[in-house]
Design a protein around this ligand. Structure first.
Ligand code: PGA
Length: 236
């Protein structure tokens, strides 16, 4: 698997990110394998300073839909680029709860104009899955964003069923394969999986042909992160 992405969400402080980065510096990462840390904004410059070899890259957890202006509290894609982020999570389900699809599209536009690689998170709720609406729901999340992709820019997709996030539940290998292979065929994008990934279930998930994983809770622990990055290498 090419991508291992740690999503720290709203966790961590100066001490915990410092210890984490020092532990991760022991990792050997084979180019072009990518280990990416999506950290709370204040922790990104600390990580940048403590990860000198550039093998580990940084991601924003979201970006403003605007380029600049009177938007108190927002952080623009340009600002994230300026502090060394090469990637951004866009449309995470925890953001979609407060952001509409047009909002997500504007964020993709901001990423493209600042050459930040967007990782578009998509996924269905438990109810939508039960109603067999998975493909319809995620197509509606992807297609408006895909229309904005031109020239050399691309979308990376992260399939994260909402019911799997933070719940300890994951789809079966077959269920992941059905959705991710359909996504690859339909949209020609690299496809990651996220939702309750940990050190124990990662090897089985790796057999589904996904291009990587987006890991929340389990990525807060440096030992588990190192072990998961090594497992990803076996499927690379
Ligand atoms: P989880 O979160 O690994 O804690 O389920 C994944 C995510 O929200 O990206």
């Amino acid at each position: 698997m090419k991508y291992f992405i740690a999503n720290w969400k709203m966790h961590g402080d100066t001490e915990s990110i410092s210890e984490y980065c020092l532990a991760l510096n022991s990792l050997e990462i084979r180019h072009p394998q990518q280990c990416i840390l999506a950290l709370p904004a204040p922790l990104l410059p600390i990580a940048k300073k403590l990860l000198p070899n550039n093998a580990i890259q940084l991601a924003a957890q979201c970006v403003s839909q605007y380029a600049s202006g009177a938007y108190t509290g927002d952080i623009s894609a340009t600002m994230y680029s300026d502090i060394g982020c090469q990637f951004a999570l866009i449309g995470h389900s925890e953001r979609r709860a407060i952001e509409s699809i047009p909002h997500t599209c504007n964020q993709i536009t901001q990423c493209i104009s600042t050459k930040i690689q967007p990782i578009l998170c998509i996924g269905e709720s438990a109810e939508e899955k039960a109603n067999l609406e998975t493909k319809a729901v995620i197509s509606a999340q992807i297609e408006p964003c895909l229309k904005l992709i031109q020239g050399e820019s691309k979308l990376i997709l992260a399939y994260e069923p909402r019911w799997a996030i933070g719940s300890g539940l994951t789809p079966s290998q077959d269920e992941i394969m059905i959705v991710t292979s359909w996504l690859k065929e339909s949209y020609g994008c690299e496809v990651l999986y996220g939702g309750s990934v940990n050190d124990t279930n990662l090897a089985a998930l790796g057999k589904t042909g996904i291009d990587g994983v987006l890991v929340g809770g389990a990525s807060l622990d440096s030992k588990q992160t190192i072990s998961m990055v090594k497992t990803c290498t076996q499927y690379f």
